[in-house]
Design a protein around this ligand. Structure first.
Ligand code: UGA
Length: 429
């Protein structure tokens, strides 16, 4: 099918590339000329495992194109996907100005029937507004169907999530666009759920809020485990093997971050408030998440006593593993807290150091993870990168003033660490 994707951020670029990979003709549109230039030259503006090869392959095969012209994308495609940012406003509600802009640009460009699909995460009832806007500004008086098709990919696993989705949600107002949507998604071999538009939009916020709730739940259990002398990983395993609960998203740590969960929680709470429901449960999820960081900082200060002039090595800056994304990263929050209390930091992340430099200008960036602990009073694990499990603990211990580790992601085994002579503090164990 002939598709265009407006917006080449995480969602837009990965979606466009995976659509091309299964054989569709795809035009990716972005109004950032520098980004389009990079993509046309074979570069990738983000780090996402497997993406670069896939982009190159599909560009070479003539299935994936990039342009700054929305009109070109719209006119050359049957189905237009909107994948632009929906950032938070200071009161937690969603800034829909990018969506509105794109709806107007599409309206100005269409000359024949099109299906316009919203992939960005938006408040319920946005689809209605998009349809209204296109109708209002479309001079050509042609028909157009608006569809809601939320995206569930995780950064760091985006290509895999897109190629093998658990489900595809398609929210429609009439049956007319359903066949085309099914044709687009049939190659992905996932169940396709057809709903009304409002339900599809709600599914996205409800799913992300539930996952965030699951993380806050296990973090709260971790706090009970600490008080009771139990082990949260064993508890997580014990409850997670019940299919009704499920094993995933039960890793206790210093809390969730990233560009989705914090923003979507605030937005969902606000949306509920606007339609008359006080979503106290989700407010508590937010509170537990904020508290989790406080508890970790307290753990560090209780052990090190005075932070001023202490040297701390930090493993991890990205908001999670397999990404260079540092937006709302708990690791960055933690570094800022430690700096505020006067500590000096030596930091390392496998992919996110470049993107961190503007946020944390006054720390020492260390390329070799095994050298991070050199001369430090403590080593902190802030992001769950798998490779941190292989850090040279013997070298770290030798180079430190005292072998103290605060593991905010439970990467190491407490008994093993104790055997190796470390003072080791983790979460809920
Ligand atoms: C999340 C959802 O998982 C995706 O399904 C959704 O499509 C996406 O938001 C979005 O709305 O675009 P993402 O933000 O990429 O994906 O990252 P996650 O893997 O969900 O992790 C979010 C945060 O939760 C990270 O800071 C991670 O460290 C933390 N986390 C995750 C935990 O603390 N414990 C866990 O068990 C899992």
């Amino acid at each position: 099918m002939k598709l265009s994707i407006i917006g080449t951020g995480y969602v837009g670029l990965v979606t466009g590339t995976c659509f091309a990979e299964v054989g569709h003709q795809v035009i990716c549109v972005d109004n950032d000329a520098a980004k389009v230039k990079t993509l046309l030259a074979g570069g990738i503006p983000i780090y996402e495992p497997g993406l670069e090869e896939l982009v190159k392959k599909n560009v070479a095969a003539g299935r994936l194109h990039f342009t700054t012209s929305t009109a070109e994308g719209v006119q050359k495609s049957d189905v237009i996907f909107i994948a632009v940012p929906t950032p938070p406003q200071p009161d937690g509600s969603v800034d829909l100005s990018y969506i509105e802009r794109v709806a107007r640009d599409i309206a100005a460009a269409i000359t024949s029937y099109k299906i316009v699909v919203d992939k960005s995460t938006v408040p319920v009832k946005t689809g209605e507004k998009v349809a209204e806007t296109i109708k209002r500004y479309c001079q050509a008086q042609v028909e157009c169907d608006v569809v809601s098709n939320p995206e569930f990919l995780r950064e760091g696993f985006a290509v895999d999530d897109l190629m093998h989705p658990d489900r595809v949600v398609v929210g429609v107002r009439s049956q007319r666009p359903v066949a085309a949507m099914k044709e687009i998604y049939t190659p992905f071999k996932a169940p396709i759920i057809v709903t009304d538009i409002n339900s599809a939009e709600l599914i996205k916020h409800a799913a992300n809020s539930f996952l965030a709730l699951k993380i806050s739940y296990i973090n709260a259990i971790a706090n009970v485990c600490e008080a009771a002398g139990a082990n949260v990983q064993e508890v997580a395993q014990g409850i997670g093997l019940d299919d009704r609960i499920g094993k995933r998203f039960l890793n206790a740590g210093i809390g969730f971050g990233g560009s989705c969960f914090p923003k979507d929680l605030s937005a969902f709470i606000k949306i509920a408030e606007q339609i008359g429901y006080d979503f106290k449960l989700l407010k508590e999820v937010q509170r537990i998440n904020a508290d989790q960081m406080e508890r970790f900082v307290k753990k560090i200060t209780e052990t090190l006593w005075v932070l001023k002039d202490k040297k701390i090595g930090v493993l991890g800056l990205a908001f999670k593993q397999n990404t260079d994304d540092v937006r709302s990263s708990p690791a960055i929050d933690l570094c800022q807290r430690l700096l505020k209390d006067g500590a000096a930091l030596r930091v390392h992340d496998p992919k996110a150091m470049e993107k961190t430099k503007a946020l944390l200008p006054n720390v020492t960036y260390v390329d070799d993870m095994d050298a991070v602990a050199e001369g430090c009073d403590a080593l902190v694990v802030a992001t769950e990168w798998d490779e941190f499990k292989k850090v040279d603990l013997a070298r770290a211990k030798k180079g430190m003033t005292a072998p103290i580790m605060f593991d905010g992601r439970n990467l190491f085994d407490p008994a093993e660490m104790e055997k190796l002579g470390w003072i080791y503090k983790s979460i809920g164990r």
